[in-house]
Design a protein around this ligand. Structure first.
Ligand code: ADP
Length: 536
């Protein structure tokens, strides 16, 4: 009973230690690493946003510079035309100007009197190197409405303050944008000049070199009218939906500039980088988790082993002390001459002998195990009949089997092949298996040994009908010191080394061991020895 208590306390303390290790590993390694990953992931998104912002700003700056350039051009033209009245030969001056700037189709000068009536209209255009002068425009350009009036008055006001501003008066057509500005006094009333710019030509002829210069090989810059699919000019072919940023062309109504990165867009690059970084973080976390799991598992194994070792010491001392105590009692009784009956004396001698055997077996088991552990165990292979070794092992156990009221049988096969094996080691295998079969059979006491061959294997099986081994423990029973934690067998003492030796010996013979066991129905240990490799 006490033993159970100790065992329960030990299991509890093992669980506590395991829990403590798990908590330490999680808090010291896993938690900081995961926290760092989460932080990094959140930063990644932020970084992405920052990069996007910088990128958008850069694109805007590029578009701004093009807009600025087009303003500069219009400013230059305006400046030249505002000097027109001072020209010595005004008509030559205008002809030259119109011929030099085909983007401008005609230039109109007009005045507005104080009652806001237009007058003195003169329109110049160049046809085949001749300046054509008309005193009227053939449309409603100069029929002033409220909007035009206020624009013109504003321009006049600006020029009075020495600031020459350009405004687009209502377009005459898609190809005629009247760029209008006020001329400086000394004219009576207000005098204005409107030069008609063809926006498409303006973009194609004037802006395109600048756009190309700015775009270099890095960007695609497009100028379009109304929507991205109506492209006027583009440095490269591009779909409307690929445009990342766009801006209005300041002086050309309904005209826009769009821009995107050549090749991969920055969005895609940033996204790919982010995905790559996330993947790397996940892989690192995964490796860390697997690593920690392995560390935890190893530590758990070590703890379990330490616990099994301490149990082993207590078991072994019991295994040694019991036969020693028996031997000492029987020997003392005989020595003091308290037994006179010869047959009783004989049975005492026999018991001393049996206990000495038991002691011997335990000590041998421990010595063999120690040899295996230190790699010093040597095998002496020779052609042997495994069937015969099994038989002699069973014979050795006969007295014990009879004493414990076991029925037993050995089913053999004729012409059983010889196998290259170590006699003593194989005998130890059978001894251990038979020993276990006796120890772990409580109700139905029957043992069957079988030998047969099957597909190049010499097979020997030891079958009992005892307590069996629950499936979940079956994978552990060959581990050193391991004993199935089952209440029934705690009464049965052992070292937890028998099956470790069996497995090691079978492995050394290049064989394999198969366990078939059902709880409360019994167990069969099947030993497979390859014939082809070992037969002489
Ligand atoms: P032990 O000295 O405890 O018998 P072993 O290595 O021989 O050590 O066996 C390991 C454990 O496997 C045993 O403690 C027992 O729980 C279980 N076991 C081994 N053989 C049998 C069997 N024939 N029937 C039931 N359980 C067994």
């Amino acid at each position: 009973m006490n033993w159970f208590k100790t065992k329960a306390v030990r299991a509890n303390s093992t669980n506590n230690t395991e829990r403590r290790i798990a908590i330490i590993l999680i808090t010291v390694f896993l938690f900081p690493a995961l926290a760092f990953s989460v932080f990094e992931l959140s930063q990644l998104n932020k970084n992405e946003e920052i990069i996007q912002e910088i990128y958008k700003d850069q694109l805007d700056a590029i578009l701004f510079s093009i807009n600025q350039y087009s303003n500069d051009i219009l400013d230059q033209w305006t400046k030249v035309l505002s000097d027109f009245p001072k020209a010595e030969q005004p008509e030559d001056f205008l002809l030259e100007f119109l011929e030099f700037n085909p983007t401008i189709s005609q230039i109109t000068f007009f005045t507005i009197d104080t009652s806001l009536n237009t007058a003195n209209t003169l329109t110049y255009s160049a046809v085949e190197s001749e300046l054509i002068v008309k005193d009227k425009l053939n449309d409603n350009f100069l029929e002033l409405n409220d909007e035009k009036e206020s624009t013109l008055l504003k321009l006049a006001e600006f020029i009075e303050n020495d600031y020459q501003k350009i405004e687009v008066l209502e377009s005459l057509s898609d190809s005629l944008l009247p760029m209008t500005f006020a001329l400086k006094k000394p004219y009576k009333g207000y005098q204005f000049c409107a030069y008609m710019v063809n926006p498409q030509l303006f973009v194609e002829e004037i802006l395109s070199p600048k756009i190309q210069e700015v775009a270099r090989d890095e960007f695609i810059i497009t100028s379009y009218c109304d929507n991205p699919d109506q492209q006027v000019y583009s440095t490269d072919s591009i779909n409307g939906d690929e445009i990342v940023s766009n801006r209005k062309l300041w002086l050309l109504p309904n005209h826009y500039l769009g821009i995107s990165l050549k090749g991969n867009s920055i969005d895609k690059i940033v996204k790919a980088r982010t995905q790559q970084n996330i993947l790397i973080l996940l892989v690192i976390d995964g490796v860390l988790i697997v690593g920690l799991w392995l560390v935890y598992r190893n530590m758990r194994k070590e703890i379990l082993l330490a616990q099994l070792k301490s149990e082993f010491v207590s078991n072994v001392s019991h295994e040694i002390r019991t036969p020693l105590a028996m031997i000492s009692i029987f020997a003392e009784t005989l020595f003091e001459g308290r037994i006179s009956d010869e047959s009783k004396k004989k049975s005492y001698y026999k018991m001393i002998n049996d206990e000495a055997d038991r002691l011997n077996r335990t000590v041998n088991k421990i010595l063999n195990f120690s040899r295996i552990e230190s790699g010093k165990k040597r095998f002496h292979f020779e052609p042997v009949n495994l069937q015969k070794i099994a038989e002699s092992s069973l014979n050795e156990y006969k007295p014990q089997l009879q004493l414990n009221k076991f029925t037993y049988q050995l089913k053999t096969q004729d012409n059983f092949p010889l196998v290259h094996a170590d006699k003593e080691a194989i005998a130890e295998v059978f001894n251990n298996l038979i020993d276990n079969a006796i120890k772990y059979s409580l109700n139905k006491k029957e043992i069957v040994l079988k030998s047969y061959t099957k597909s190049n294997y010499a097979i020997l099986s030891v079958q009992d009908f005892g307590i069996g081994i629950p499936e979940k423990f079956q994978k552990d029973i060959f581990d050193k010191f391991y004993r199935v934690p089952n209440n029934d067998i705690h009464d049965t003492k052992g070292t937890g080394l028998g099956l470790t030796l069996v497995k090691h010996i079978v492995d050394a013979h290049k064989g394999k061991i198969v366990l078939k066991s059902t709880e409360n129905k019994g167990s069969t240990f099947l030993l497979y020895f390859p014939i082809s490799q070992l037969t002489l």
